[in-house]
Design a protein around this ligand. Sequence first.
Ligand SMILES: *Cc1c(COP(=O)(O)O)cnc(C)c1O
Length: 382
Amino acid sequence: MKYNPATENRLQELLIKVKEARDSFLGYPVSKDFDYSELYDFLQYPINNLGDPFENSTYKVQTHELEREVVDFFAKLFRANPKDYWGYVTNGGSESNLYGLYIAREMYPKAMVYYSESTHYSVKKNIHLLNIPSIVIRSQENGEIDYTDLEETLKFNRHKPAIILTTYGTTMKEAKDDVSKVKNILKRLAIQDHYIHCDGALAGSFGAFVEPKIPFDFIDGADSIAISGHKFIGSPIPAGVIITKRSLRDRVSKGISYIGSLDTTITGSRNGHSPLFLWYAIQKMGIDGLKARYLSSLEVAQYCKQELLKIGINAWTNPGAITVVLPKMPESIKNKWQLATEDSVTHIICMPNVTKKQIDEFIEDVVAVLETEPIQEEFSYY
Ligand SMILES: *Cc1c(COP(=O)(O)O)cnc(C)c1O
């Protein structure tokens, strides 16, 4: 290959930019504390996990065995029936949500989907792609679905099968919809044909450790659960996991002789490196490490909230959340710390790499700016 020094400069510049950007964000749910250097040798191979991870396939440059172990790990964490679960490693939470909705629609082609105002934008697009009729349900002030509005709306449509999209950790406020409350509503209205998909992109990974527990898993009534792999666990490549029931997957499976496997996944060729990263991360952490990771994030979030309250900022958190919600910050703070902002609120997500020292630096910046620019006051309190 012809070597061009300008190319190297471009790469160096980009590397510096990426590193700088990584070091100063508090507003996005992405872990940055991973070290996968032991796996770099695997980047030399065209690993492709095409086909179903639980079936044999003709293409052998794959990591299906580790992918199955990743699925086993989360299925257990989500209390799936050991005799009836299935899943795969996706390209992210959005694809995992698409899969959940896809299975739901195959099961109930005449269903209506119900999701709250606080639902992630990927869900609306997925519903559009799948062409399923849908109704938006109001959210409560804290971001949780409004159960009264859900019940009223379901009542009007009780002749139709219902697909309920619950969120375990909304994007802005990390609110968690209670699956058992949803299940009780369906029971009261005698809607037997129903499917519950739980979007746990960020918080699903630590949901098993939240106390008091907020119902979201298979025993609580979910039929499928989606998580993102690059959020709480952390990965250099976006990744996700979908866990559902094997009996449901069987409804969408078709044998494909060219790959010698079942075409059960959304994409054909699939990233074989991300299952490897996720597998490595969960091997290193184990259940106890994952729990400790959550507890330390929770502690930093509580610290962040208290420090903000001390300087007169009305910060709050949903129960068990690692996301601190606060009023919209002035532009300079928003840009420096890359704070996502929606309506009158912004948030700091205390991902495992966020330290109390970083929170102190943030607080110092806020104090300095507050002396010159007052904050917006249309903020709603929780
Ligand atoms: C991030 C997020 C998603 C999308 O996940 P990706 O991995 O970015 O595709 C879906 N739902 C919620 C609640 C999220 O926070």
